[in-house]
Design a protein around this ligand. Structure first.
Ligand code: GLA
Length: 727
């Protein structure tokens, strides 16, 4: 059992293998947060303290007791207007325009299994793997009810939180802001780790103190964004990669989000994750409800590394779905950096011919195969194969590719439209734009209103008729701009951003139901929608448009804090690199791309015979380790922002095999020798290094480390395999 309720104290305790989460209903019906962290025994309601605090109001229920104030007490889901002046998890505007929502406990239910969320992706688990706690709260005046949902995956040390807001009153209310999770800490000094970035340079690590005031990150772009990933860590001051306490909050949502951290007047800390409040004013008529996307919470008492591994497992096994969830992914070659828009069927076939000789499994035809699309100024929305450009039908092309022994995949961007397209000429009203204003363009394109079912249905039919033309086994689902001009015909405008995301999910759900065998790779100008929400539909996502191995090391380092390697789309591309102009060796590019789904993004015809041989060997090497990489436990062995080398390793679950990957970031005269310490091995077991046959104790590899080769050359890379010796 993972969820416990003590009737006499009205106390809820959630227990996972190594963590405890506790809260209680107080005498007035407020739901107070007590504790989240390393596993503890007993009740900790003694942590609540009561003093008369000037300028902190007291609810009328408290009578003359001036020591009871919502401005000070730790809460599970603080609503606005209760005397708590900190940021609210929920803001409701009532029919009379007042902003108030005073939530009190009504009832609760504990059941087996994990709750699901209508229309939204969420962590899923078997009946025996999880328990659900649902606490019903209500505002007595407006009759707005909130079901607070807690999912407890005991073995995995995961607690999920979400909320369902239901208008049980007679009058319409507007949800102005809603979080899915709030964590109130009465004590402690914390840092927040977040992952900021930009197009082609996503998920840079940033650690900063949560100081007095509010620190806010989020997205107003309608996509989760390149700029801030919807996932953060709250860490004790001293927490490191391998020691100390930290908490993760990962939002399972692909649209605009808001994450707030606040240190209050009494040095208490509140962190919240949920929906962005800008461009969001969600009306609820009588009996209507709104479901808030889920946040996955996780605690580690052993630093960031353990936190990451817990998230990796959770996302791999309880978020990603479908045929490819547990399968080795195909090694693919993508036409984008090989040919951009300049290709025909023969170009793709040539890629396939070369790929077949190299041991590649799949050819992906990227942007440019449909409508009038010879550059990025036209054609989006016209999902009809341009047979004149290809010189053949899609069926013929896929057939020929299959005959070469390769699978075929295709790129698409269903949410978008070019003004220069037949679809736009026919349906200019399907675009997201404000009547009377000229919409903001980005990449010279506009967004379709995916919040409208008729728009989605039309595009869905077009896409299906393409998919039905040949054996298509992979889709790269792209979106290449953020939303602006938020407006939808026939709809309340405050709903658009949320309904858009649910529209995308609805489309994707229908697609995977209809084509369960197709592997979907998400993409958004690379990693602009790299989030757990998309992973529910697309078990891998193109991590960044930046394929430079050196930049990728940092991007993939940041990505690894939450997302498993099996979700990270990563390819070897040509040099000089198209995004940076930098040249690094094929080997280094390969080692870096192997910290992902692995594939190629270049024209093999331009490779020398020697390079082709190297690619062939590289693919063999990857295939040898593919399962270890996909399922193995991932350890960061260095911080590439601070150390002169980047190193990471994969260890099999039974600790019998490990693969250490190293890329040297600096080289100097009279060079220094660097040492790397391994992690996650069994200390008392002996491990043999595959190449040299040298044997080491696990403890020596982990405590003393191994010297890295001090060779001449820039950005040299190494893969070192260790195998546990049989006793
Ligand atoms: C985006 C993607 C690229 C490529 C182009 C095609 O930028 O991230 O990989 O597919 O679109 O236009």
């Amino acid at each position: 059992m993972a969820v416990y309720y003590q009737q006499e104290k009205q106390m809820f305790t959630l227990q996972t293998a190594h963590t405890t989460y506790q809260m209680k209903v107080d005498g007035f019906g407020f739901l107070l947060h007590l504790y989240y962290g390393r596993k503890i025994a007993g009740d900790v309601d003694y942590l609540l303290t009561y003093y008369d605090r000037g300028f902190s109001g007291n609810p009328s229920d408290a009578g003359e007791d001036r020591t009871y104030s919502m401005d000070v007490l730790p809460q599970e889901y603080p609503g606005i207007g209760t005397g708590d002046y900190r940021s609210s998890a929920l803001i409701i505007r009532n029919e009379d325009e007042s902003e108030c929502c005073d939530l009190r406990y009504v009832s609760h239910e504990i059941r087996k299994g994990k709750y699901g969320l209508k229309g939204l992706p969420a962590v899923y688990a078997g009946e025996e793997e999880a328990e659900t706690l649902e606490i019903l709260m209500e505002d007595a005046v407006s009759k707005v009810q909130v079901q607070l949902l807690y999912g407890v995956l005991e073995k995995d040390d995961i607690i999920t939180r979400s909320a369902r807001i239901i208008n049980q009153g007679e009058n319409r209310v507007v949800v102005e802001k809603a979080a899915s999770a709030c964590l109130d800490f009465v004590a402690g000094k914390y840092d927040m780790v977040s992952f900021y970035g930009r197009h082609a340079m996503e998920r840079n690590f940033q650690r900063m103190e949560i100081a007095h005031g509010n620190y806010v990150i989020g997205s107003r772009r309608g996509i989760s964004s390149h700029q801030y990933n919807p996932a953060v860590i709250i860490a004790d001051k001293g927490t490191t990669e391998d020691t100390g306490s930290c908490y993760g909050m990962v939002l399972v949502y692909s649209g605009s989000f808001l994450c707030e951290a606040e240190k209050d007047q009494y040095n208490q800390t509140r962190v919240m994750m949920g929906l962005q409040s800008d461009f969001f004013h969600y009306p609820l008529e009588k009996e209507e409800e709104l479901v808030i996307p889920e946040t996955i919470l996780c605690y580690s008492g052993e630093g960031f590394g353990k936190l990451s591994r817990q998230y990796h497992k959770c996302i791999r096994e309880h978020v990603c779905r479908g045929r490819y969830r547990d399968r080795t992914r195909p090694v693919l070659i993508n036409s984008w950096e090989a040919a951009y828009f300049k290709f025909n069927g023969e170009t793709i076939l040539n890629l396939a011919r070369e790929a077949a000789g190299l041991g590649i499994d799949m050819v992906v035809m990227d942007d440019g195969w449909f409508g009038k699309r010879d550059d990025d100024n036209s054609g989006l929305g016209d999902w009809q194969v341009n047979e004149a450009k290809l010189g053949c039908s899609l069926g013929e092309l896929t057939g020929k590719i299959n005959d070469l022994g390769l699978k075929f995949g295709i790129w698409m961007e269903p949410e978008m439209i070019s003004e220069d397209s037949a679809l736009y000429r026919e349906h200019p009203d399907w675009v997201i734009q404000i009547p009377g204003r000229k919409p903001v363009r980005a990449r010279n394109q506009l967004a379709l209103d995916f919040s409208r079912a008729e728009v989605r249905d039309y595009v869905f039919d077009q896409i299906c008729s393409v998919l039905d033309q040949g054996k298509i086994e992979y889709i790269k689902w792209d979106i290449n701009r953020s939303l602006t001009d938020i407006y939808s015909l026939e709809k309340n405008q405050g709903k658009v951003t949320y309904d858009y995301v649910l529209g995308v999910y609805d489309f994707l759900e229908k697609l995977i139901q209809k084509y369960p065998d197709i592997l979907i790779e998400g993409c958004c100008g690379g990693g602009g929608r790299f989030d757990a929400g998309m992973m529910y539909y697309a078990p891998q996502i193109w991590c960044s448009d930046n394929t430079d191995a050196l930049d990728r090391i940092r991007i993939q380092y940041g990505t690894s804090f939450f997302y498993p390697v099996s979700t990270v789309g990563s390819h070897v591309s040509a040099v000089p690199n198209h995004q940076t102009g930098r040249s690094v060796s094929l080997h280094t590019r390969g080692v870096t791309a192997m910290a992902g789904t692995f594939g190629y993004e270049l024209d093999p015809q331009k490779l020398s015979e020697e390079e082709k041989k190297e690619v062939r060997d590289q693919i063999c090497q990857y295939k040898k380790y593919a399962e270890l990489i996909r399922r193995g436990e991932y350890y960061r062995l260095s911080d590439p922002y601070k150390e002169p080398f980047a190193a990471w390793m994969f260890a099999s679950e039974d600790k019998s095999q490990a693969l250490v990957n190293v890329v040297m970031l600096e080289v100097h005269g009279n060079t220094l020798v660097e040492y790397v310490k391994l992690k996650g091995l069994l200390p008392d077991e002996v491990y043999e290094e595959a190449n040299t046959g040298k044997c080491y104790y696990g403890s020596a590899l982990m405590e003393a480390g191994i010297p890295l080769p001090a060779e001449m050359g820039e950005y040299l890379a190494y893969q070192i395999e260790f195998k546990r010796k049989d006793r």
